[in-house]
Design a protein around this ligand. Structure first.
Ligand code: AMP
Length: 216
């Protein structure tokens, strides 16, 4: 089962791909996570990518295409995989299509997460995680029970992503809107899009995804 999760930052793709990965026992491949790991390692790719990421721009296509090319041939992808955050534009979609053709793989469905932009901005700019157990919180929607203390592990250290500030978020959404529209049309023509109302509860979205996957 090879799936693409498409949607703006903060639409809940990450949460759902983690749940579905577990359910189907297939990995999630997130180009955002892969790039952040490179930035952390201070590798050449990471140093280059960082400049784009901190301003909310897209990292050059050849960099992310290379990441995906090397990743989907690994053993744990034999039963399939979920792509989260890739492709982001038509060029990447075409490159993915070529990879699939050469590996004789098929893209089963593209889940399109749709959500109101005002809510997205709060979802992303309010996002923070526990520095210890990585539990995710939000200063608008999901505060800690006790101020400054993680509900789950009691840690008092929290982290925010450098690119989750409001200005970068607005830029990331602009980039998303500019580049993804034509990608959605590209997949619509291939009849692969399945729309997801990303404002529903986590469980109800998840049940919808499972039902769709089972119907394939
Ligand atoms: P994400 O975690 O998916 O929101 O990605 C964070 C940042 O990584 C984006 O704002 C881009 O700068 C970069 N990035 C992630 N995936 C891609 C991609 N497929 N193409 C280009 N840049 C990407």
């Amino acid at each position: 089962m090879n799936l693409v999760f498409l949607g703006p930052p903060g639409s809940g793709k990450g949460t759902q791909s983690a749940l579905l990965s577990q359910e189907l026992a297939i990995p999630t491949i997130s180009t955002g996570d892969a790039l952040r790991a490179e930035v952390e390692k201070k590798s050449q790719v990471g140093n280059m990518a960082q400049q784009y990421m901190t301003s909310g721009k897209l990292v050059p296509d050849e960099v992310v295409i290379e990441i995906i090319k090397n990743r989907i041939v690994l053993d744990d992808c034999k039963k399939g995989f979920i792509l989260d955050g890739f492709p982001r534009n038509v060029e990447q979609g075409v490159a993915l299509n070529e990879m699939f053709d050469s590996l004789q793989l098929k893209l089963d469905v593209v889940f399109l997460f749709e959500v109101d932009e005002g809510i997205l901005i709060k979802r992303i700019s309010g996002r923070f995680v526990c520095g210890n157990c990585k539990e995710v919180y939000n200063k608008f929607f999901k505060k800690t029970n006790k101020d400054g203390i993680c509900d789950k592990c009691g840690s008092t250290k929290f982290e925010t992503r450098a690119d989750d500030n409001e200005e970068t978020v607005r830029n990331r959404l602009r980039v998303y809107n500019d580049t993804t529209k034509s990608l959605v049309e590209y997949y619509q023509k291939k009849d692969l899009i399945y729309s997801v109302d990303a404002l529903k509860s986590v469980d109800s979205i998840f049940q919808g995804l499972i039902a769709k996957v089972k119907s394939l």
